[in-house]
Write a protein that binds this ligand. Structure first.
Ligand code: KIV
Length: 284
């Protein structure tokens, strides 16, 4: 399947074909996602929680993101991939934002970047777009500012905060973003924003009426055990499968059931006599 482009995503919005996308942080997951026909992959800064074991996304560095993006690109060479800008890679200045967005494209071969926030980061979005890069907005529950939001809480549930999010969404489109991600907001607001904007609007925990759905691979595959957000559907329980396999392996090793002869490399038959002689000679 050919890699999607911004124009394909616009066309899909117009035709009503939903975009299915997922996060990935490593080579095998990216490869499986591409083989499954995923439209896009986000190398989210959720990598901090899902694969590095941090409590949140704040500690994640540019270097960690770039390493994961490289692995994902090697696994999914034909998938539209988005690099997620980590905390402090765009907060200080427009210049920082453009420089770090550029690193995602130059060093990690990403097709686009995503950053969190609405009007408060609007000059960053505009600067990245003006530099000729595809940038996705992300509003609603924005994990990097969960402290300010009072935790990992749904947003836009009252008229005032919903109005603010609509204003943010409009500003993000005007600044030149190619798409917008809404996280953990009511479906009524998602539907309004999706119809209001000309760019594609995607949901993670923001309901049905929009242009596509994102899930975090660790949540949907059952790899992340700390908590499962309300909006997640678990399609597998990989943790259970891995723990079971590891337990069986430990048991097999302890009881001498692994390895068996079939797992061993054997002496070259034509050197068997010479080999045995050498061992006998060196035996102490
Ligand atoms: O890092 C990530 O995976 C994200 C999602 C929570 C949208 O930004």
């Amino acid at each position: 399947m050919a890699k999607k482009t911004r124009l394909d995503l616009m066309r899909m919005k117009k035709s009503g074909e939903k975009v299915a996308w997922v996060t990935a942080y490593d080579f095998p997951t990216a490869s499986f996602a591409e083989q499954a026909g995923m439209d896009m992959i986000l190398v989210g800064d959720s990598l901090g929680m899902i694969v590095l074991g941090y409590q949140g996304t704040i500690p994640v560095t540019m270097e960690e993101c770039i390493t994961c993006c490289n692995a994902v690109r090697r696994g999914a060479p034909n998938t539209f991939c988005i690099g997620d800008m980590p905390f402090m890679s765009y907060q200080i200045s427009d210049e920082d934002a453009v420089y770090n967005a550029g690193r995602f494209l130059k060093e990690a071969d990403m097709d686009a970047v995503k950053l969190e926030g609405g009007r408060r980061v609007i000059t960053r979005i505009k600067a990245i777009a003006d530099a000729g890069m595809l940038v996705m907005g992300h509003i609603g529950l924005t994990p990097q500012s969960s402290g300010v939001l009072g935790g990992f809480k749904a947003q836009g549930r009252d008229p005032k905060s919903a109005r603010d999010l609509i204003m943010d969404a409009r500003a993000i489109e005007e600044a030149g973003a190619f798409s917008l991600l809404l996280e953990a907001v009511p479906p009524e607001l998602t539907e309004f924003i999706t119809n209001d904007l000309t760019i594609p609007v995607y949901s993670i925990g923001a309901g049905i009426p929009c242009d596509g759905q994102l899930l975090i691979c660790g949540d949907m595959l059952g790899l992340f055990e700390a908590f499962t957000p309300k909006f997640v559907k678990k399609y597998a329980n990989v943790a259970e499968i891995e723990i079971k396999a590891f337990k069986e392996y430990v048991d097999d090793v302890k009881k001498g059931r692994f390895p068996t002869d079939e797992h061993c490399y054997h002496i070259l038959p034509e050197t068997a006599d010479e080999y045995q002689k050498m061992l006998d000679e060196l035996r102490r």
